[in-house]
Ligand binder design. Sequence first.
Ligand code: PLP
Length: 383
Amino acid sequence: MKRWQKSLLDNYGTPTIELVSGKGSVVTDSVGNTYLDFLAGIATNVLGHAHPAIVKAVSKQVATLGHVSNFYAHPNVLELAEKLQKMTGDKNARVFFCNSGAEANEAALKLSRKTGKYRIVATKESFHGRTMGALSLTGQPSKREPFKPLIKGIKHVPFGDSAAMKRAITKKTAMVIVEPIMGEAGVIVPPADYLKNLRTYCDAAGVLLVFDCVQTGMGRTGDWFGYEYSGVKPDVITLAKGLGGGLPLGAMIALGSASKLFAAGDHGSTFGGNPVATAAALAVITSIEKEKILTHVDDVSDFLLAELALIPGVTEVRGAGLLIGLTLDKPMAKAVTKRCQELGALINAPGESIIRIAPALNVSLRQAQKFIGIFSQAMKETN
Ligand code: PLP
């Protein structure tokens, strides 16, 4: 802790444990304690730690050709773009690769400027990243206030409120951006018809509809993309987190006519689509398919949702797939998280009374059972 404080900036606070290795959904700290990892690098390590397919693909790639830049093509970048295109169901979809969720949303913001308009509607309490453009889209006052002035022309309306969104969208709006489920805000699920309504309003006004699937993408909700349940086709999808299975990789996918907005020279990234990160992403997609992980997500999710709802002190269980939010009857989420860590399970508390659970998608049912035991005990001892 002292070394952290002496060498790292103060923006995160000081961690209390140091993790040194992991296998599947179990991580080990530097003094030999093990933990069930039910946060997975903040909804990122979709295949858990040290998955053999990722280890093999990444090791082979780094030993062959580690980096080329986008001056040159590479088989991995082509294959991954083709796979993502296929997953969208749109042959016209085109992909831009970057390194993080914030960068994917920056790319979407820049793409929307190419419509010739600049106004944007986003939602209150949303999280789209910390860079100045992504922060301008983010709807959390505590994160925005210290960094004003932010980008102008962005209006934030309450999440899930179709009428407010309808009022805010005009013909001058370039894009609307929403998370299919708000992750950082505490796993907030919108009403069933919300995304469909947004599609209708955006179509009527000629506005790009962007779904930020950074947290809800790559199988996290039991579908490839967190919006799929709605049957709606967006104009832009942003991805990161699970895409690289733990390696830094983001993507912006532009669908339909939106895929024609960028011209050569409009945007770029030195590392975006790096052969090693894309090798990991290809291993992620292939393994999810081969190991039938999307079906597994639904099974483990059903178990966790049912069991968590029975724990005294839990007032609501929400989310989809393995992105689960719990509200507690007291503002003790941080204390419960701390007690869970002491008992051997990692989770986090995005709010005073809110817990978020986002394990690897291949977490076993037995590990889920063990987690329920630890979490129940932590709740009992903290309450
Ligand atoms: N968008 C969403 C929905 C997120 O949950 C996050 C991160 O939590 C981001 C964007 C930003 O991603 P990154 O931290 O990779 O920049």
